[in-house]
Ligand binder design. Structure first.
Ligand SMILES: Nc1ncnc2c1ncn2[C@@H]1O[C@H](COP(=O)(O)OP(=O)(O)OP(=O)(O)O)[C@@H](O)[C@H]1O
Ligand SMILES: [Mg+2]
Length: 266
């Protein structure tokens, strides 16, 4: 695989240093997910295994319908697998009660999904502080943290604006601020730059790469855009519910890719 010149290289050194000694944060073993709509059965995931280490930034690519969103949903516990096992931070996601799962997600995960829409009647800051208020943070503390998160995405001056008064890129940054407000260990993105033009997409990726480097947060991003995927440290490709390739980027500028990532046996 070769790679085109990129806007800004990122965390090259750390990726090269990753070894099996690094801490595993997500481990999926042979996960299977079939949707049964009554008329047809769709095998959305057909035996997916993968290991992601803390602080990695991973892109998941593949044609429409190959199972990318289903994989994110199953790894994050939004959906349950039919068989196989998902460990997140050592905990078996499918064995947690719904309450524990919801609590775990609220505390440790952030979501930048397109269907996680902003509430139009709330201002930017109210949208961002919502997850904190839901998980019991005091109003004052929630406001402070939400302002800090908006600051991180360069939107402090837009805090009182409603989503309808913001551009697409600004709205997406509010979504990111909301995903980050709890300092999540893992951030899941399903087409986080999907609706944006290339300038805005690049800015969002600058931001995500920066957060990944500074806070060692783990990012798992589904994307159709190769220029987005190439900004991460690893590209997993899927087809028909299976992983078809999984490589770390060793030297992006030189177009050097690591050997296939080995998934440890669960
Ligand atoms: N809730 C559901 N009920 C029935 N089938 C579903 C459901 N969700 C997904 N599927 C099917 O599972 C397969 C994988 O869907 P998924 O949404 O994971 O694909 P994707 O790779 O994210 O596609 P896209 O790039 O278009 O978002 C598809 O064939 C889809 O029709
Ligand atoms: Mg999808």
């Amino acid at each position: 695989m070769t790679s085109a010149p990129l806007a800004k290289p990122h965390t090259k050194e750390r990726e090269v240093q990753l070894t099996s000694q690094d801490e595993v944060i997500i481990q999926a073993t042979d996960i299977v997910k079939t949707y049964d709509t009554g008329k047809v059965k769709v095998e959305a995931l057909r035996g997916v295994s993968l290991t992601i280490e803390r602080g990695e930034m991973v892109a998941i690519m593949g044609p429409s319908g190959c199972g990318k969103t289903t994989l994110l949903n199953c790894l994050s516990g939004l959906d349950v697998v039919d068989s196989g096992r998902v460990l997140v931070d050592g905990a078996d996601v499918n064995r947690l009660s719904d309450n524990r799962k919801t609590e775990y997600r609220a505390r440790h995960m952030g979501f930048v999904f397109q269907f996680y829409n902003l509430l139009p009647v709330l201002s930017a800051i109210e949208n961002v502080e919502l997850p904190l208020l839901v998980s019991g943070t005091s109003a004052r503390r929630a406001r402070e943290k939400a302002l800090a998160a908006l600051d991180t995405v360069h939107l402090r001056d837009w805090a009182s604006h409603k989503p309808g008064e913001l551009s697409g890129g600004q709205r997406q940054r509010v979504t990111i601020a909301r995903a980050l407000v709890n300092d999540p260990a893992i951030v899941w993105g399903d087409e986080p730059t999907g609706d944006l033009d290339s300038t805005n997409a690049n800015e969002i990726m600058d931001l995500l790469c920066d957060l990944n480097e500074k806070h060692d947060q783990t990012f798992v991003l589904v994307t159709h855009a190769l220029e987005v995927a190439e900004r991460t440290g690893r590209i997993i490709k899927m087809q028909d519910g299976q992983i078809t390739s999984d490589h770390r980027i060793i030297d992006r500028e030189a177009g050097i890719w690591g050997p296939a990532v080995q998934t440890e046996a669960g």
